[in-house]
Design a protein around this ligand. Structure first.
Ligand SMILES: NC(=O)CC[C@H](N)C(=O)O
Length: 202
């Protein structure tokens, strides 16, 4: 087995291309995932930012919601940014009617939480597990994490609100690291995928 992990980017809606570029820069083979057969072939999956209500609707329409839930439940490493974080939440505080999530992280999220006053802003964020200078977080109509369960590790806060979390093989950030050219969070995720593959092949 080659040591380069294959990481998919859920390509239903959102900023897919930027994640493909960031993952390739972090030494993964990156490919878009739109169909269950494509999902079955990846070692890890990024769920991009965009609009969580649209991603939710399209995932159901394309027959991906259940396969996504099944793979995340069975330990597939996943990384959700912004709308992707919402997709990984076990619960949304203010869902649109009919909005579903994949789940996987024991947390409650508030959609558009930072967005009401500021459509978009950047802030330096100290993320546990990312060495060196703080990450430049780009927040675009971003959610925050209202509360987490006992198994969820808080990796970063901004203005007293949780903006990065990890639970087992699931990582999520409120902000968009794929837009800054700083690939340290993608590298952290690629390491999680490598470790998961190594554990699986023992
Ligand atoms: N940049 C983003 O991903 C915005 C997320 C969006 N507000 C949502 O609810 O899905």
């Amino acid at each position: 087995m080659s040591n380069t992990p294959v990481i998919g980017v859920l390509a239903l809606q959102g900023d897919v291309r930027e994640h493909l570029i960031a993952l390739a820069a972090a030494d993964a083979v990156a490919r878009p995932v739109r169909r269950p057969e494509e999902l079955a072939e990846v070692d890890g999956l990024v769920i991009p930012g965009g609009e969580s209500t649209t991603i939710s609707k399209l995932a159901v329409l394309f027959g991906l919601m259940e396969p996504l839930r099944a793979r995340v439940r069975s330990g597939l490493p996943v990384y959700g940014t912004c709308a992707g974080l919402i997709m990984l939440a076990d619960k949304i505080l203010d869902p649109r009617s009919g909005q579903e999530t994949i789940g996987g992280i024991d947390m409650i999220v508030r959609r558009n939480a930072f967005g009401r006053q500021n459509e978009s802003f950047e802030a330096a964020v100290d993320v546990t597990g990312v060495e060196g200078a703080p990450v430049e977080g780009v927040f675009i109509r971003a959610p925050w994490v209202e509360s987490v369960g006992a198994r969820t590790e808080v990796l970063a806060e901004h203005d007293g609100h949780i903006v990065a979390v990890r639970q087992g093989n699931a990582l999520a950030t409120s902000f968009h690291p794929e837009l800054t050219g700083d690939h340290r969070l993608h590298a952290l995720f690629v390491d999680m995928v490598r470790a998961n593959r190594a554990a699986g092949s023992l």
